[in-house]
Design a protein around this ligand. Sequence first.
Ligand SMILES: Cc1cc2nc3c(=O)[nH]c(=O)nc-3n(C[C@H](O)[C@H](O)[C@H](O)COP(=O)(O)O)c2cc1C
Length: 210
Amino acid sequence: MKKLLISCAALFALVLTGACKNASAAPAEGDGNPVIEAIMNRRAIRAYKDTAVPRELLQQVAECGVWAPNAMNAQNWAVRIVDDAKYINDLSEIYKKANPRMVENDPNFKNMFRNAPAFIAVAAPENQFSAIDCGLLGENIMLAAYSLGLGTCCMAGPVMFMNTNPQAAPFLKKLDFPEGYRLLYVIGIGYPDESPEPRPRDLSKIKFVD
Ligand SMILES: Cc1cc2nc3c(=O)[nH]c(=O)nc-3n(C[C@H](O)[C@H](O)[C@H](O)COP(=O)(O)O)c2cc1C
């Protein structure tokens, strides 16, 4: 009987493992490991409280960004923090006129940075590694922000607009990126006003090579 019970338990465990192998699974809590907890529970946030983020925190998360690993420590990036409501609202007005459908389809639209009260813009010169460097920088920023109780959303949508719309050009210029640098992405940041469900991940993308 004992043997049978053990076999049943083993079979159940096997089925569970199999079932979870490719599943998106609810993220683990991290078992007390704060880094894993942050990685597993960070979500893209698109609703924010009306509370301004203190500049010390914005500075702190940006500094965490530039401590990311980067090729040859060349630090081929430029980081700009914008928390000026007028800048965000004026640019969003232009965005709204250029993309009326996007706004009509989003009843919660407040601004083009997914409603965040501030954003961090990241630019780099075009070279072999800069996109990789900047990607690592961005995740550092988002995890640091999460650890401080802030929500973030990495975005490419506003970037296409800012890089191409002539009316947005003065706003891009104001970011004062060095010559030859191109805006790659922005990260909306603020105090979260939602707790989104995790978006599924495909664990079959991971394979051991024997
Ligand atoms: C390069 C990049 C571009 C993205 N662009 C947008 C965007 O324009 N608008 C948006 O709402 N979310 C954008 N996202 C956020 C993704 O939709 C989000 O990270 C993804 O759905 C997974 O959800 P999670 O971050 O909550 O795990 C972008 C993310 C990345 C990394």
